[in-house]
Write a protein that binds this ligand. Structure first.
Ligand code: ATP
Length: 612
């Protein structure tokens, strides 16, 4: 029951932007990116209406010329113009249609790029915001292929405008025929449409079921290709498990398809019935009018063709509006995702003072932070200053709040209480991207990018100072690794993109990212336990070496291994989100408190040869 309620709630979700405003947005984007698409769409509309008129008039005009004994030249001229027009419009429609494919894809691609840009540059809290993530994923689906709204809406607009124009022209033409014909054709087309829409509604209602089966199946089939779960799949014999899941989802999808066909059947049958009724009625009424001498034979042919065409236009208008509205809901999601509010200042913020680029002092002023939806603060009323040139350690057990503190210091999160200041000024007033330029950081999740070694270290695809990259790799302890690389700095890393990409051990990846932090420089350095893959002695050595290399800058070292950070000028011991103890290693040991206790426990493990 809860699930049903949830579904109902989702179904009623209103798009933020209306259909008309979204259509205008879409047209403007098209105009800005590639004017050819809106212009050629307009040309196609005119050509398609023209083609249907040539088609409509060809038989009655020919019959009229023959029946009236018109001279052959006049007959040939009329037929030549109409048939030639038909051929020409057909050829142009095909030619233009074929030429629009790539520009339409190009317009969609700009939306894909904008969405990727938004995701890559959005404020960090948005990357944890489920509302934003869901919007973004829907938006990506809306531009995921040629038949998605990001591209197919051009076709819908074209069809709709062709139908509206055709409707008006045919309505004027049919004024000479029996009014019952117009009414009956319109009513039958409308009924057919609403019955078919009911079937489409069925599809909409079951879309989530379909998508879920599709996603699950794709995962079950694709997981075997992933390098990460490869070991678990083998050791835990998960092959059969995933195969069964994929088979179950395939059967589920097949069952849905059968049910969908069943739901469509009444609409299809009704369409067929109306086809016979409409044509039968038209035959009967027009024949009667012809017998009474109210219309000529050629008018009979004209009206008969127009009646069939007219119901097509009515169905086209109703169907077009319905499709356009649905597509605009998805396009609205794209707009919403692109304009999702940014909690950080990215434009119009104060520039960072030049002085801070060389000498940065960061202060936590009664800072608290609570994650969205959490019941407790992860950091509570934390105050300290990281001075320029100082080496500050933050230590504590798992879950103490160390990573949260680093995220606040590096400007990835803003406090929910108190403030973080740079040389006395709240960092929220600065352009956040400029603030990031001050910071070199290595985070816990160590991951080399699937680009070259040089690009990984320089974090740039542009101009790279190769000597500096080499020097940083050497300083980070990767000289031997560098020598082994088949193409030196141009060697690709990881096999995610490049089959000949070189894989890295956990320790090598960490050193590579340290080299990147060194290359960037910056007034503030933050290392959030990037050394987890190293043994305690290697971690200790790495931290010391790093401290030597970054002398003179403000540096923050996070670890839960107390031995690694004892060289630091000052140590903060975090416990359950608050600073429990503060001082240098010696003073904290002398105090005999929590730090000393933890240090003694960890030392015991090291001495016994078991890393903490
Ligand atoms: P570790 O040593 O395991 O990395 P830590 O000291 O770095 O731990 P944090 O990652 O800062 O600790 O987490 C502090 C608290 O905040 C924990 O209780 C954690 O469960 C919670 N927390 C962390 N990230 C989130 C999140 N995205 N949403 C909700 N709570 C979170």
């Amino acid at each position: 029951m809860a699930d049903t309620g949830h579904k109902k709630k989702q179904k009623r979700e209103k798009p933020r932007f209306g259909t008309l405003s979204t259509c205008i947005w879409f047209l403007k984007r098209g105009w800005k990116t590639w004017k050819r698409v809106p212009l050629l769409t307009l040309a196609l509309i005119l050509l398609r209406v023209g083609r249907s008129l040539f088609e409509l008039f060809l038989p009655p005009v020919t019959v009229e010329k023959v029946a009236n004994g018109a001279p052959l030249s006049s007959l040939f001229a009329a037929v030549g113009i109409l048939a030639g027009g038909l051929l020409l419009t057909n050829a142009l429609i095909r030619y233009i249609g074929g030429n629009m494919l790539y520009p339409k894809i190009a317009i969609r691609s700009t939306i894909v790029s904008d969405l990727a840009d938004k995701m890559a540059t959005t404020s960090f809290p948005n990357t944890m915001d489920t509302v934003f993530l869901r919007l973004h994923s829907r938006a990506e689906n809306a531009v995921g292929g040629n038949s998605t709204p990001g591209e197919a809406t051009w076709g819908t607009m074209e069809n709709l405008l062709v139908s509206i124009t055709g409707f008006i022209i045919y309505l004027l033409l049919l004024t000479g025929a029996h009014p019952v014909l117009i009414g009956a054709s319109a009513v039958m087309a409308a009924i057919s449409f609403f019955v078919t829409r009911h079937a489409d509604g069925w599809l909409d209602r079951h879309q989530k079921e379909w998508d879920r089966a599709w996603k699950n199946r794709r995962y079950s089939v694709g997981v075997a290709k992933e390098p990460r779960p490869a070991k678990d799949i083998r050791v835990f014999s998960l092959q059969g498990f995933f195969k069964d899941r994929a088979d179950k989802d395939t059967l589920g999808q097949r069952d849905l398809l059968v049910r969908m066909e069943r739901a469509r059947l009444p609409g299809d049958l009704l369409d067929l019935l109306f086809f016979f009724l409409r044509n039968g009625l038209a035959y009967a009424l027009l024949t009667l009018m012809a017998i009474r001498g109210e219309i000529t034979v050629s008018e009979f042919l004209l009206y008969f063709g127009a009646v069939t065409g007219f119901s097509g236009w009515v169905a086209g208008i109703l169907g077009g509006i319905s499709t356009l509205r649905k597509q605009c809901v998805e396009l609205s999601v794209i707009r919403e995702s692109l304009s999702y509010p940014e909690p950080f200042v990215f434009e119009g913020g104060k520039p960072i003072p030049e002085e801070a680029k060389k000498r940065a002092e960061i202060t936590f002023d009664h800072v608290s932070y609570r994650y969205p939806g959490a019941e407790e603060d992860s950091l509570h009323d934390v105050s300290f200053t990281l001075r320029s040139g100082e080496k500050l350690a933050v230590v504590g057990l798992n879950g103490a709040g160390k990573t949260t503190l680093v995220r606040l210091l590096t400007g990835l999160l803003d406090p929910t209480g108190g403030k973080v200041t740079l040389n006395g000024e709240d960092i929220r007033v600065y352009d956040r991207r400029e603030y990031y330029r001050l910071i070199a950081a290595v985070f816990q999740e160590v991951m080399a990018l699937a680009v070259t070694v040089g690009e990984n270290v320089a974090a740039s695809a542009g101009e790279i100072d190769r000597e500096r990259v080499r020097a940083c790799l050497e300083k980070a302890g990767l000289s031997e690794f560098l020598e082994r690389l088949p193409e030196g700095l141009d060697t690709h890393l990881t096999q995610e993109v490049w089959l000949d990409g070189v894989g890295l051990s956990g320790g090598e990846a960490q050193k590579l990212l340290l080299a990147r932090a060194l290359y960037k420089g910056g007034a503030v350095l933050a290392l959030d336990e990037p050394t987890a893959a190293l043994d305690p002695i290697a971690e200790s050595e790495m931290y010391r070496r790093y401290a030597e290399m970054t002398e003179g800058r403000a540096a923050l070292y996070v670890s839960h291994r107390l031995a690694s950070t004892r060289f630091c000028d000052r140590i903060l011991l975090l416990e359950k989100g608050v600073i429990a103890e503060e001082g240098d290693h010696e003073s904290l040991m002398a105090k005999g408190g929590k730090y000393a206790e933890l240090f003694a426990v960890q030392k015991k493990y090291y001495e016994e040869g078991e890393p903490a």
